[in-house]
Design a protein around this ligand. Sequence first.
Ligand code: ASP
Length: 320
Amino acid sequence: MRLVQRTSLRPEARAARDFLAIEGLPLDELRALLARAEELLPVAVGDARGERTLEGRVVANIFFEDSTRTRVSFEIAADRLGAAVVNLGASGSSASKGETLVDTARNIDAMGVDAIVVRTSISGGAALVARHVGCPVINAGDGRHEHPTQALLDALALRLRLGKLDGRRVAIVGDIANSRVARSATHALVALGAHVHIVGPPSLVPVGFAQIASGAGSISITHDLDSIIHDLDAIMMLRIQMERAAASGIAPDYRAAYGLTSARRARLRPEAILLHPGPVNRGLEIDDEVADDPRSSVILAQVSCGVAARMAVLLRAMPS
Ligand code: ASP
């Protein structure tokens, strides 16, 4: 038997199937993914049975950085669609012996998987993998760069509560500098017509962040949360990224200035909603009772939306 070299996707097919970033994603594709995710929501949360469209396909989750929500929801999303999943972490794989991300991905690709989902601490790591493997690649968070499926789930959770995002005012608060969530969400929300307030201490807000995205919406930066809080439709609190050295940018009064304390929450409009990508540092960026308040917090709805968003992205990666 002759060994077969896998054929790579052609560049046009790669653009239509990889999901590496929200930046540069055409608006009609973003809208189509959101619409598909919304349709899939009942199947995603187990309220309805869907077609097992991906029966016979194999998805590899290569997670070289820790994750709870993202890894499990990719796994559930693949399972709901009938695909088999293999999970690979840094510990328990040859990454612990020094094998690089690209070598690991190339080896998994050579086993004939149909898609690779990659989480890495390397900014740009998902695109790097995509340049070296034949199958489609989905970015599940790469360093400080992007977390595009998180942006889809954020936009979906917002849409379910607010309707159209056009003209809505959304604040993204906290460790902007280290946050792939903030970057991807900003690209998606501006594309969908929202006004994004970027809020945080000067040490954690990169100069020039207001220029990162363009679209029907807009971006402004402020270091004073209290000056805008009364005017918001939604507030997204970010986790301080201790593992990315953010601690050095946090002053002792961080919680007093930027935390969503119970006292500060009282200044939000009653219908304003609260998002957080998780994991939450309770008592630092959000007080317990605010995080758990079912009237305003959509944190768990975001998690449900995550399964639907990832189903939509897996279907795009592996069209029938
Ligand atoms: N879970 C998100 C991420 O992986 C947010 C966070 O970790 O703070 O980027």
